[in-house]
Write a protein that binds this ligand. Structure first.
Ligand SMILES: [Zn+2]
Length: 191
C-alpha cells in the first residue's frame, strides 16, 4: 500500500489550490518551481480517484483590471484573467472529469485568497460529511495559507502535502508553515 493510500480515509477531500499556468514558470505571476507540485499532486489525484475521495480544484479567476492588480492599486501584476490562457489549470495536472472547480477572485470590491472566502465551500463539504482536508497547491504563503487557516476555523482537520506546495518567497513560506502548524495543521511528505 502506498503512503498516499494509507493516508486517505473516508471523510477526506483533496483540495488543490490554484495550480494555474500564471502561477507557474512562464506565467504572469510565476512562483519559483511552482510547476514542481504538478507531478506530486497527480499521484494524490490518482489515489483519490481510486478511493472515491472527492477532489476540489480552485482557480483564481479575476475580471480584467481587478482590484488586486497593480494598475488598480493592488499588490500583484495582472494574472489569472477570466478565460485567458494563463488562468487555465496547468496542462499537466491530471484533473478528472469529476473534479469540482471552485472559482474565486471574481469580486470587484476585494480579493479572495482563501478558497473558503464567500464560496460556500465549507457548507458544501459539511453536506458531504467531509471531516478532513488534504491540501496542496499555490502559493504556500498566500492562497494555501489563507485556505488552510479558514479550513481549520471551519472545524476541518487539515493535512498539507509539504512537497505539493511552493511559496512566493522562502521566508514567506517558512512563516506560513509556522502559522499553519500553530493552528494544528499536519504536514506530510509524499515519499
Ligand atoms: Zn489573484
Amino acid at each position: 500500500m502506498s503512503k498516499i493510500e494509507e493516508t486517505f480515509k473516508g471523510g477526506d477531500a483533496l483540495i488543490i489550490v490554484d495550480v494555474q499556468k500564471d502561477f507557474c514558470p512562464g506565467g504572469a505571476l510565476p512562483i519559483e518551481e511552482g510547476d514542481k507540485v504538478v507531478p506530486v499532486l497527480n499521484r494524490w489525484i490518482g489515489e483519490a480517484i481510486k478511493l472515491s475521495i472527492p477532489i476540489y480544484a480552485s482557480r483564481d479567476w479575476h475580471p480584467a483590471g481587478h482590484n488586486s492588480f497593480k494598475e488598480s492599486g493592488g499588490p500583484w501584476p495582472p494574472h489569472c484573467i477570466q478565460d485567458s490562457d494563463g488562468a487555465r489549470f496547468h496542462p499537466d495536472l491530471k484533473l478528472p472529469d469529476s473534479v469540482i472547480k471552485v472559482t474565486k477572485g471574481v469580486r470587484f470590491d476585494k480579493d479572495q485568497n482563501s478558497v473558503f472566502d464567500e464560496t460556500g465551500l465549507a457548507e458544501e463539504l459539511r453536506r458531504r460529511d467531509i471531516k478532513r482536508l488534504v491540501v496542496g497547491g499555490l502559493a504556500e504563503d498566500v492562497c494555501v495559507l489563507a485556505t488552510v487557516l479558514d479550513g481549520r476555523e471551519e472545524g476541518f482537520d487539515v493535512i498539507v502535502i509539504s512537497d505539493a506546495i511552493q511559496p512566493v518567497t522562502p521566508d514567506g513560506g517558512e512563516k506560513a508553515r509556522e502559522k499553519m502548524k500553530g493552528m494544528g495543521v499536519r504536514f506530510m511528505q509524499t515519499d
